[in-house]
Design a protein around this ligand. Structure first.
Ligand code: FDP
Length: 352
């Protein structure tokens, strides 16, 4: 059987009832049981994401103590070298996934080249791309940051290891995507498609992610826009006119919209998923291809938003239809409530 197959559910997904405690392990297992013929490998990958998120969260929570616990390069009280958080997060992903036998190849936002599975370990049929610590310029100010992941089935079958061909894909081929948000609490939000997006909050006292946001649906229209307006003069005409439109007063269409921009993609997308509205990082004269990375940021976030009922676009075309041509390719990104993104596209294309 081709490893690029899609398994369709044979039963209805479980929906947690209020006051029920559902751990992520139980949830993943029960979701797997509704897919007859599922190998369990995708479930295994999701367990490993949860573990990796907990390990990174533990270190992120200590970030402000750096002057007490030691600076990067110092030897800490356990005799270990103190690492930069983004390096730690990157290593954590690689070490937690390279030996599982579930992956064919990996790629990290922190690494120039694909990350192969070492010869000494078994390979699997899945492909993992990740941004181990996104928004890292915010760490020292104690602002929310996150890890983002994207999972595909492999396309090459031959040889012992995956290649670039397995990694350079369209976002619509993803089989799962999600993020871990290190905010006022730690949350894991993921989708495996089928129109279902679920959020889990880490209860640090028991070390478990508990289902806290089952079946997240993004409002069809919101009243918040999220964008770095510092670059307004560098943006295309259409984007500037769209911003003007959002700021005009018109009670009937709920304008003006409120502005919210953390500058940390995971935090901005998380708010957009829950409250609706639009997040945009358009092309600018300084970054004509956009700033955000297609494979590590835009694709996984777009899959989540679309599975929650929203929409994602480059401003010109559906984001998830874009064929990647380079590992660290950048892309303009507009995502959020369907009606708000549709409107943005009209402005981008000069129809308004
Ligand atoms: P950062 O530079 O802090 O790592 O792509 C990374 C990212 O943050 C995103 O998390 C964030 O949405 C964006 O860049 C912020 O870019 P600007 O500072 O240009 O607004």
């Amino acid at each position: 059987m081709s490893s690029n197959r899609r398994i369709t559910p044979t039963k209805q997904p479980i929906v947690a009832r209020p006051n029920q405690i559902v751990t992520i392990d139980r949830y993943i297992l029960e979701q797997q049981l509704i897919y007859a013929g599922a190998s369990g490998d995708l479930s295994g990958l999701l367990y490993d994401i949860a573990l990796t998120g907990k390990m990174i969260a533990r270190e992120v929570r200590k970030a402000g103590l750096v002057d007490i616990l030691g600076n990067t390069g110092d030897i800490n009280v356990q005799g270990e070298e103190v690492q930069k958080l983004d390096e730690y997060a990157n290593e954590c992903f690689i070490k937690n996934f390279d030996h599982t036998g579930r992956l064919w190849v990996m790629a990290s936002e922190e690494e120039d080249d694909p990350v192969p599975i070492p010869e000494k370990f078994e390979c699997g049929t899945y492909v993992l791309l990740f941004d181990p610590l996104d928004g890292s310029s915010n760490i020292d100010a104690n602002v929310s940051i996150g890890s983002i992941f994207s999972i595909y089935r492999r396309v090459t079958e031959n040889g012992r290891r995956g290649t670039l061909e397995d990694l350079l894909r369209k976002g619509c081929d993803q089989v799962a995507a999600g993020y871990v948000l290190y905010g006022s609490s730690t949350m894991l939000v993921y989708t495996t498609g089928h129109g279902q997006v679920d959020g889990f909050t880490l209860d640090p006292s028991i070390g478990e992610f508990l289902l806290s946001h089952p079946d997240i649906r993004i409002p069809e229209k919101g009243n918040i826009y999220s964008c770095n307006e510092g670059y307004r003069n560098l943006m295309p005409d259409g984007t500037r006119r769209f911003l003007d439109y959002l700021q005009e007063e018109d009670a009937e269409t709920g304008r003006p919209y409120s502005g919210r921009y953390v500058g940390s993609l995971v935090a901005d997308v998380h708010r957009t998923l829950l409250y609706g509205g639009i997040f945009m990082y358009p092309a600018t004269t300084r970054a004509p291809g956009g700033k955000l990375r297609l494979l590590y940021e835009a694709n996984p976030m777009s899959m989540l938003v679309e599975q929650a009922g929203g929409m994602a676009s480059t401003g010109k075309e559906p984001l998830l239809e874009l064929q990647a041509t380079a590992l660290h390719q950048r892309v303009p990104l507009f995502l959020g409530s369907k009606k708000d993104v549709e409107l943005a596209i009209e402005f981008e294309n000069g129809a308004r």
